[in-house]
Each structure stands twice: as structure tokens, then as C-alpha cells.
Design a protein around this ligand. Structure first.
Ligand code: SF4
Length: 255
């Protein structure tokens, strides 16, 4: 076997391994390494001025003094507990969903249960662990019956997410599902139109003002459990995030 054949064989093996982690059963298609604006030439990371230990301490103090016991909106009446989010305080990538569900509200952790298990496999397939990334939601309290959050609730809670991101200073955000993507990007566009390319998330909350973090919208793991045929597209989105981070892609290339 010549060298090219060996490389292709290894690339296929790695892609199949990623597909196995994600539970994708279709025939793999190798994405070529991408050039151009989506390949990682965007803004890059925020200037990181603190050590990981300082970031961890700031995140802990922020949670203890400002988020814990919050009663800024009516969800404080119905929640079991606040779900602050968990993972590395100096994560390179932050995954953001819409709001905690039943199990998350009960246990106080973001993305657990079946959808959370699939998210874990998606993170594994990227060559990362849940401990290396940060996982949270736009809303820190569960809306009763998992109803859609109101505009007032999003307005009340969004500053908490912005503060978390300002402390963590991630290089990239992944918005999980249409509600999170639409809220973070302040748009009515469908997830089908938003996914597949990077957008700018402004920490100031105002488009064009201050530093922005590249944000990749993709499908929510709960949606992927109901629509496994869409896992391929979600994996394409995650591979674009991997390129941005310079992680090794299936096929041995890095971004
Ligand atoms: S959802 Fe956010 S703003 Fe509302 S009570 Fe919970 S932490 Fe406070």
C-alpha cells in the first residue's frame, strides 16, 4: 500500500471512530480541510490576562455572590435550584443551550440525561472531554414544564451568561439548538439557515460593540436524538469548530 492509500485508510478509520462516538451509521464522507474565513482566520481568542486559577476563583465568586439565590425573574419561584453550568473556567470552547430541563433542575447540572449523554459523545468525538469545555444555558433556571422562556426572563438572565463568558474568555461558542442560537444572535433565522458558519457573539450584548466571540450554531442533542439523520450536519459544524481551535480533524489534519 502506498503512502497516500495509508493516509486515506487512517483518515477513514478516524472518521469512523468519530461516527461511532456520535452514533452515526451512514457512510462517512471526509470533509477536506477548509480554507477561507471559516477556517479559523476570524477574530481569535480574547486577550487572556489572567491565569486559569484566577479565572476559576472569579467564576466561583461570581456564582456565590451574584447568581446564587437570584430572584431577578419569576422562575425563581418554580425552580428547584439554579443551574450555573459546569466545566473548565478557562475552557477554549463553551457549549450553550437554552435552559435547564427537569433532570438538570433536579440535579443542578447542565446537560445531563439522554441529550447530555449525546453531547458528551459529540465532545469526545472532537477529541475533548466535558471537563475541558464549559457547558451552560442562557437561562439558569428551568421554565415550568419546559415552556419557552419569556423575553423578560431572557433579558433578566442574559447578563449572567455574558459575565460567565467574560471570565472564561473562550475562543469559540457553540449554540445548541434554535432557541439558544436565536437568543444569542438576536435573530429570527432558523437553525437550518444559521448553522454551518460562524457568527459573532458580542459580549457587550450590542452588535458591533466591543469584543466578539465566534459562535457556531448547531442542532440540539435532543433534536439529534429524534432526528439521527441530522447528526452528520452537526458533526460538520463541530469539525469547523475543531478547525478554528486547531484540533486534529479526522484524517489527521489540523485547522
Ligand atoms: S432565570 Fe436567571 S434571572 Fe431568572 S431567577 Fe433564575 S438566575 Fe435569576
Amino acid at each position: 500500500m502506498d503512502r497516500d492509500s495509508s493516509l486515506i485508510r487512517e483518515a477513514l478509520r478516524q472518521q469512523l471512530e468519530a461516527d461511532r462516538l456520535l452514533g452515526i451509521k451512514s457512510v462517512p464522507i471526509l470533509l477536506p480541510p477548509r480554507c477561507g474565513p471559516d477556517a479559523g482566520s476570524r477574530g481569535g481568542r480574547l486577550a487572556r490576562s489572567r491565569t486559569a486559577a484566577e479565572q476559576a476563583e472569579q467564576l466561583r465568586i461570581f456564582n456565590e455572590t451574584e447568581v446564587k439565590g437570584c430572584t431577578k425573574c419569576a422562575l425563581s419561584d418554580t425552580r428547584t435550584q439554579i443551574v450555573f453550568g459546569q466545566g473548565s473556567p478557562s475552557a477554549r470552547v463553551v457549549f450553550v443551550g437554552e435552559a435547564p430541563g427537569y433532570e438538570e433542575d433536579r440535579q443542578g447540572l447542565a446537560f445531563i440525561g439522554r441529550a447530555g449523554q449525546l453531547l458528551t459523545r459529540m465532545i469526545d468525538a472532537m477529541g475533548l472531554t466535558r471537563e475541558e469545555v464549559f457547558i451552560c444555558n442562557v437561562l439558569k433556571c428551568r421554565p415550568p414544564g419546559n415552556r419557552d422562556p419569556s423575553a423578560d426572563e431572557i433579558l433578566a438572565c442574559s447578563p449572567f451568561l455574558r459575565r460567565q463568558l467574560a471570565i472564561i474568555e473562550p475562543e469559540v461558542l457553540v449554540a445548541l439548538g434554535a432557541p439558544a442560537a436565536k437568543t444569542l444572535l438576536n435573530t429570527a433565522e432558523s437553525i437550518g439557515k444559521l448553522r454551518g458558519r460562524f457568527h459573532d457573539y458580542y459580549l457587550s450584548g450590542t452588535t458591533g460593540e466591543g469584543p466578539a466571540i465566534p459562535l457556531m450554531p448547531t442542532y440540539h442533542p435532543a433534536y439529534l436524538l429524534r432526528n439521527p439523520a441530522e447528526k452528520r450536519k452537526a458533526w460538520e459544524d463541530l469539525q469547523m469548530v475543531m478547525r478554528l481551535l486547531g484540533l486534529t480533524l479526522p484524517g489527521g489534519t489540523s485547522g
